[in-house]
Design a protein around this ligand. Structure first.
Ligand code: SAH
Length: 398
């Protein structure tokens, strides 16, 4: 039995609106009382003030998210429930996956109604990331479901996100089933990449940029060279190099750039014909005297908490300003942000301010969000984070 059938969370009067709108997070401020005994992380029922069933989900009094909803239906939650959710998520990915691609996100937490669970599939190896106490306690159930539905040869848990602290959890990294190599080759749109499963950032690869990498690959042959800022293991660079242009990858992480070189070789490209610069991008942009006709700017999230919005927004403005200044007239820049709190409108304002200070005419020629394997639930806009503006950077203003 996975559920606690003796405890019930009762909402305050008039506080059932958000849950009626299928929002999966119930904040502590909306709770009137909990009836019955429970352990943090249990699956409990949530009822309105007048006692009507609303939802079932993980309870965690340590977290601001007092309940993370798993279902709004009064249905049993057992091992089959998790298998079905995983199976549904997998089917959706398989329907929409591009050709010659064997790496994708299978479960994207609340968007797939599995709050606090990330499941990434890397060509036969699964990397799990657990970010909620309830899911953490059900780790064995999750692993069993993953084995059954995805039939991987190995499962690695990389639950190292700082957000685990908010749930009272510490970080954990271990092989939970089968065998997991340190490094593993995946294919994405027919391009091969090494994924550093054990030491790579996040779960090893930034799967969410798959479509943008392909876009850059498609635009590359009409440009002289690509400046790839915050390149990580060279994803954007490899696509551009395969289209026949030289690339410059800049990242602060030496191991990331070492892997980028390996990724060039893996695709039959000679890394010695390309540049790999270990540097802080802010310093690199200050120092470079060259001009660039094609660039990608994909910084890490500068805004991780709401209270960092003002400071982080300045960071985005600075980095975009510095990049715009280095663009040749007519140059194309893909400017990305993976901060949830920098929404589309604020991001566009940042670009406006950067263009104004750079004194450059800038046209928006594309706006791109998350790919199908990183869906955003319409009921849970908090799940949106990735935004990219494709910009054409024209002559200086008169
Ligand atoms: N575009 C990449 C993902 C970028 S992730 C891809 O398609 O795979 C962000 C990267 O920024 C990480 O590799 C991290 O090492 C790097 N980074 C973080 N701060 C940096 C800084 N100040 N200067 C340079 N690189 C930085």
């Amino acid at each position: 039995m996975l559920e606690n059938t003796s405890a019930t969370v009762v909402l305050k009067k008039g506080r059932a609106k958000s849950i009626k709108n299928y929002h999966p997070w119930v904040y502590s401020g909306a709770i009137d009382r909990v009836e019955g005994d429970y352990q943090p992380g249990d699956i409990v029922r949530v009822v309105s003030y007048d006692g009507n069933f609303q939802a079932k989900g993980f309870i965690n009094p340590k977290s601001q998210l007092f309940v993370r909803v798993l279902t709004f239906t009064d249905e049993p939650i057992d091992a089959t429930f998790f298998e079905q959710r995983l199976h549904a998520a997998l089917k959706q990915r398989q329907r929409l996956l591009p050709a010659r691609t064997n790496a994708f996100r299978v479960v994207n937490s609340d968007a797939d109604r599995l709050s606090g669970l990330i499941v990434d599939y890397y060509n036969g190896i699964v990397v799990l990331q657990i970010n909620s106490l309830g899911m953490d306690r059900l780790r064995d159930v999750v692993v069993a479901a993953v084995r059954r539905i995805l039939e991987p040869s190995g499962i690695l848990e990389r639950s190292e996100s700082p957000s685990r602290k908010d749930e009272g959890l510490t970080s954990r990294k271990e092989v939970v089933w089968g065998t997991v190599p340190d490094r593993h080759v995946i294919e994405e749109n027919g391009v091969q990449f090494w994924v550093d499963l054990q030491e790579g950032q996040k779960t090893g690869f930034f799967l969410d940029q798959r479509e943008n990498r392909q876009r850059i690959g498609q635009l590359a042959s009409r440009h002289k060279r690509l400046l790839n800022l915050f390149s990580y293991s060279g994803g954007f660079s490899v696509y551009a190099a395969l289209a026949g242009i030289p690339t410059i990858s800049v990242d602060i992480s030496e191991p990331a750039l070492a892997l980028a070189r390996e990724n060039f070789k893996l695709n039959g490209l000679d890394p010695n014909r390309h540049q790999f610069v270990v540097a802080n991008v802010f310093d690199f942009l200050r120092q470079t005297e060259e001009r660039y006709d094609f660039a990608v700017l994909d910084p890490p999230a500068f805004i991780k908490k709401k209270r960092h919005v003002a400071q982080g927004t300045r960071g985005y403005k600075d980095i975009n300003l510095s990049t715009l200044k280095k663009m040749e007239p007519g140059g194309v820049l893909l400017s990305c942000s993976c901060s949830h709190y920098l929404d589309w409108s604020l991001f566009q304002k940042v670009l406006f301010a950067a263009a104004q200070d750079a004194g450059r005419q800038v046209q928006i020629i594309g706006r791109f969000g998350q790919p199908h394997d990183h869906p955003v639930s319409i009921f849970h806009p908090e799940g949106e984070y990735l935004k990219a503006f494709l910009l054409q950077v024209l002559e200086p203003m008169e």
